[in-house]
Design a protein around this ligand. Structure first.
Ligand SMILES: [Zn+2]
Ligand SMILES: [Zn+2]
Length: 254
């Protein structure tokens, strides 16, 4: 399994893009940025977008991806997959013909460039060539983390979350787990903001590690670009052998 980091950050800065990952060229895991990185042929190859929650830094790339499809490959379709409340939010608040066109009716309702698919919580679903299990996490809005597996190996993706339990339980029961892809948004001095908004600081990540399966590499994403250096220094003090900040543009093999 190959995991390409399209965007590694929890917001936008010069050259720093919101969170998005591409698995084996076909499946997006979050879509904070897509067209800013991938060529049109690479975008057209995408078949599914697994979305942790509706926040813009995880979904705005989907808006432009389907716009690309509608213009140059209207016979193609990307299916956006998530838990029901996230799909509802995207329908009502984003692809609603107000904020952005309803691409589930473009070019036609029978063969659109965008489809939505609600995935049941805690159940494995087939998404392209992968298996995806959504697990509810603890964020400011309805949000899921995911177990992503290709039948042999896989990773756990936290999406945006504060301290949580069920995702790490599921991770401990998983076979072939190669990495925990975990958010950390703010430096330790913004602990109150992290708690209010449902995010982790490095110190909180350190405490979450007690609940995670041991010895599995922790790949951090979603650091706020405005506070990157400060947060990265604090992350480096926890467990440098195990914690690695994901590098944008790089492809990781699992
Ligand atoms: Zn986010
Ligand atoms: Zn969020």
């Amino acid at each position: 399994m190959r995991l390409k980091v399209l965007g590694a950050y929890g917001s936008e800065g010069p050259g720093q893009r919101p969170s998005a990952f591409l698995v084996d060229d076909r499946v997006l895991v979050d879509a904070g940025t897509v067209g800013g990185v991938l060529s049109a042929p690479e975008q057209i190859a995408i078949e599914h977008a697994v979305l942790s929650h509706a926040h813009l830094d995880h979904t705005v790339g989907l808006a432009f991806l389907v716009d690309t499809l509608a213009m140059i490959a209207p016979e193609r379709c990307v299916t956006a997959c998530s838990i029901g409340p996230v799909i509802d939010a995207l329908r009502v608040h984003a692809f609603n013909d107000v904020l952005w066109p309803n691409f589930t009716a473009i070019p036609s309702r029978s063969e659109p460039v965008l489809r939505f698919r609600a995935l049941p919580e805690d159940a494995e679903a087939r998404v392209g060539d992968l298996w995806v299990t959504p697990i509810l996490v603890d964020h400011a809005v309805a949000a899921a983390g995911f177990i992503v597996h290709d039948g042999e190996t896989g990773f756990v993706y936290s999406g945006d979350t504060g301290p949580t339990v069920r995702l790490w339980q599921a991770a401990r029961e998983m076979r072939g787990l190669k990495a925990l892809v975990v958010e950390t948004a703010f430096p330790n001095r913004l602990d109150a903001l992290a708690r209010a908004s449902g995010h982790l600081t490095p110190a909180m990540l350190g405490r979450e590690m007690a609940k995670m399966p041991p010895d599995v590499p922790i790949w951090v994403f979603h650091v706020k670009p405005q506070l990157y250096e400060e947060t990265a220094e604090e992350l480096a003090q926890i467990d440098p052998a195990r914690i690695h900040i994901l590098e944008q543009g790089k492809t990781y093999s699992l």
